[in-house]
Ligand binder design. Structure first.
Ligand SMILES: Cc1cc2nc3c(=O)[nH]c(=O)nc-3n(C[C@H](O)[C@H](O)[C@H](O)COP(=O)(O)OP(=O)(O)OC[C@H]3O[C@@H](n4cnc5c(N)ncnc54)[C@H](O)[C@@H]3O)c2cc1C
Length: 334
């Protein structure tokens, strides 16, 4: 038996390494495989270079599948490929990161296999040596945007699990693994590729909101669409990307794909710099996994101030240009 882990990648091409959320999913999947005493295999779409493969071995992966024929993101096509690999690898569990893509692919995989999907798991372990019914899997998972933890027993084979984005830190395994990487060409019908990502603005730029290490957030306090130019520049200088509150998307200042929160993207960056955002509970549900929150707000009573590690009580129209100027100067003198 094997545990399969879907690995999303940052960027395109053979050298594109695992996205940060997938490194966490690999760490989680390694512990699931360990609990059942079986191997961990990674599933990637498109060619995989030796360097990208090496990164997988650091996370305890001993086998890998490089899937051909569905290089572009195609939710049903990717699920079809995973369904084929479940048989080929005799998978007892399939794990994916709890990202938009991870959830979408696993929902399709659940429909194809007729198995339930346990979303947003915090931990999972095999409850019996057979790693399947009747012993099943013991799970703890997030409910209600992470405000509740649910203990559950999942009796399914394979177990289909997504990992809550903040559940596990990415931790390399002991060195010394070797990787057996093989190609896999799934049998795909035309309909499996009917929905495909033609282009992804965030991924073209190399940083996706869900996996970015730095997110510069902007809310109503930014004042209008033109105010986001300085936030974009700041995000670029910090190697990050821009995220926004729902007010900003409702006003049409920025697209919904940039929304952070309960009804947007969950983020878990090293740094979330929240500018002109009050910190409503629905917004915090999307950014509570950030390692460090720095808030820039004119109102010392704004809810986000009590949730932030650092707060700058000031007008963002003064703070952000000053920060941009300082970073530009540092970049110029480096
Ligand atoms: C079912 C449901 C789901 C929701 N889902 C989401 C979600 O996914 N994501 C989300 O974000 N919201 C969500 N919301 C909306 C949420 O409740 C808030 O209305 C929203 O987050 C507020 O956005 P904001 O912080 O930008 O605006 P506001 O609450 O208006 O806050 C603006 C902040 O900017 C500060 N400010 C103003 N001017 C400046 C300045 N010049 N410099 C510095 N600071 C300044 C103000 O002091 C204030 O704190 C949801 C609501 C519901 C009911």
């Amino acid at each position: 038996m094997t545990v399969l882990c879907l690995v999303e990648r940052d960027g395109a091409g053979p050298d594109a390494g695992p996205a940060d959320a997938s490194l966490r999913a690999l760490t989680f999947a390694r512990s699931v495989a360990g609990s059942a005493g079986v191997n961990l295999a990674a599933v990637l779409f498109g060619p995989v270079s030796a360097a990208a493969g090496h990164e997988l071995t650091r996370y305890g992966v001993t086998a890998g599948y490089a899937v051909t024929g569905a290089e572009r993101y195609a939710p049903l096509g990717w699920a079809r490929a995973l369904a084929g690999l479940i048989g080929q690898a005799s998978a007892g569990a399939v794990v994916a990161a709890g990202t938009d893509r991870g959830h979408e692919v696993m929902a399709h995989l659940g429909a194809i296999t007729g198995q339930p999907v346990a979303a947003n798991c915090v931990s999972a372990a095999c409850a019996s040596a057979e790693a399947g019914p009747p012993g099943g899997w013991r799970l703890v998972r997030h409910r209600w945007a992470g405000s509740l933890l649910e203990d559950a027993v999942l009796e399914a084979r394979p177990a289909l699990l997504t990992v809550a984005v903040d559940a596990v830190a990415a931790e390399p395994a002991v060195p010394g693994q070797t990787l057996a990487m093989v190609g896999y060409q799934p049998e795909l019908a035309d309909g499996d590729l009917a929905v495909q990502a033609a282009e992804s603005a965030e991924r073209t730029a190399g940083v996706s909101l869900a996996t970015a290490r730095v997110v510069v957030g902007g809310g109503r306090g930014v004042g209008g669409p033109e105010g986001f130019t300085m936030l974009e520049e700041l995000a670029g200088l910090l190697g990050g990307t821009v995220g926004v509150s729902r007010v900003v998307t409702s006003q049409g200042w920025r697209p919904h794909k940039q929304q952070v929160g309960q009804t947007g993207t969950r983020i878990s960056p090293e740094l979330y710099l929240a500018c002109g955002i009050s910190g409503a509970i629905q917004h915090m549900a999307g950014c509570q996994s950030a390692k460090h929150i720095v808030a820039v707000n004119t109102d010392p009573e704004a809810p986000i101030i009590s949730r932030a590690d650092y707060a700058v009580i000031a007008d963002l129209n003064e703070v952000i240009p000053a920060l941009v100027a300082a970073l530009r100067q540092r970049a110029g003198s480096a």
